[in-house]
Design a protein around this ligand. Structure first.
Ligand SMILES: NC(=O)c1ccc[n+]([C@@H]2O[C@H](COP(=O)([O-])OP(=O)(O)OC[C@H]3O[C@@H](n4cnc5c(N)ncnc54)[C@H](OP(=O)(O)O)[C@@H]3O)[C@@H](O)[C@H]2O)c1
Length: 247
């Protein structure tokens, strides 16, 4: 699949993995909608960097968990850049890290519903644009924690595992219509989301990783581009973790 001339919407692309994915897709020739929630200046900086390199990009604000905002965003992107052919569900739905017995149900519910709401609303808003052209590709950024547990991550693991199931269900339903749906599952990746993790934990993760380092946002972006290119891959979850399956 070629990215040249395609239009991509990346949710949560103002920082971290989403920003790296937006830049990588633009470098491949896609016009990119850079969705943000709170970080307008950072999103505009990503857009400026893409434009300075000769690409097309647009910053669009929407809470990825809010159906009306996501629908309005998809309509804006279609009007400004053209029909969306690539959707990357990346927006990080934050959550407290707590042991199960201390986990407040409200926080657990907000994480699982937020993650699934963002996926559901994103796909419902964009798939009609893909169906009209009988082609498209969706990538959900899940997590190694969907399959490999870590202390304090019960809500995150449950939410990302649900997202993986959703990916396989959509791949099955939408494949006959020319739409591929895959998941990319990062291991520990150095972004703002992991900035507060103690250095010794990061080092321990690197030591237990066959490739002996932590992931960078660009590592995940490279895998997203690879999966998009691979036109016969659908319903798959690609682990991107240097071979380390604990984080
Ligand atoms: N970092 C890791 O180790 C790791 C590992 C596995 C999976 N992941 C997954 O990778 C994805 C990106 O994580 P990251 O580490 O890059 O996080 P990050 O550096 O904290 O960035 C989070 C991004 O998500 C956006 N965002 C947050 N809430 C949003 C909302 N309601 N609507 C729209 N955008 C929203 C933020 O936008 P604003 O700043 O504009 O609000 C920001 O651009 C997440 O799905 C995360 O679960 C990360």
């Amino acid at each position: 699949m070629s990215m040249k001339g395609n239009v991509a919407l990346v949710t949560g692309a103002s920082r971290g993995i989403g920003a790296a994915v937006a830049k990588a897709l633009a470098a491949e020739g896609a016009a990119v909608a850079v969705n943000y929630f709170g970080s307008e200046a950072a999103a505009k900086a990503v857009v400026a960097e893409i434009q300075a390199a000769g690409g097309r990009a647009l910053a669009v604000r929407a809470d990825a968990r809010d159906r009306a905002q996501v629908e309005a965003m998809a309509a804006t992107v279609q009007a400004e850049l053209g029909p969306i052919g690539i959707l990357v569900l990346n927006a990080a739905v934050s959550f407290p890290m707590k042991g199960f017995l201390e986990y407040p149900w409200e926080a657990f519910e907000a994480k699982v519903l937020g993650e699934m709401g963002a996926a559901f609303h994103g796909c419902r808003a964009v798939v009609p644009q893909m169906l009209a052209r009988k082609k498209g590709a969706i990538i959900a950024i899940t997590s190694g924690l969907a399959r490999n547990p870590g202390w304090g991550f019960s809500a995150h693991s449950a939410a990302k595992a649900a997202l993986e199931g959703f990916v396989r269900a959509l791949a099955f339903e939408l494949g006959p219509m020319g739409i591929r749906v895959n998941a990319v599952a990062p291991g520990l990746t150095l972004t703002d989301a992991t900035a507060n993790l103690p250095e010794k934990n990061k080092q321990a993760a690197a030591e237990h990783t066959p490739l002996r380092r932590n992931g960078q946002a660009e590592d995940i972006a490279e895998a997203v581009v690879g999966v998009l290119r691979a036109g016969f891959v659908t319903g798959a979850t690609i682990p991107v973790n240097g071979g380390g399956y604990v984080f």
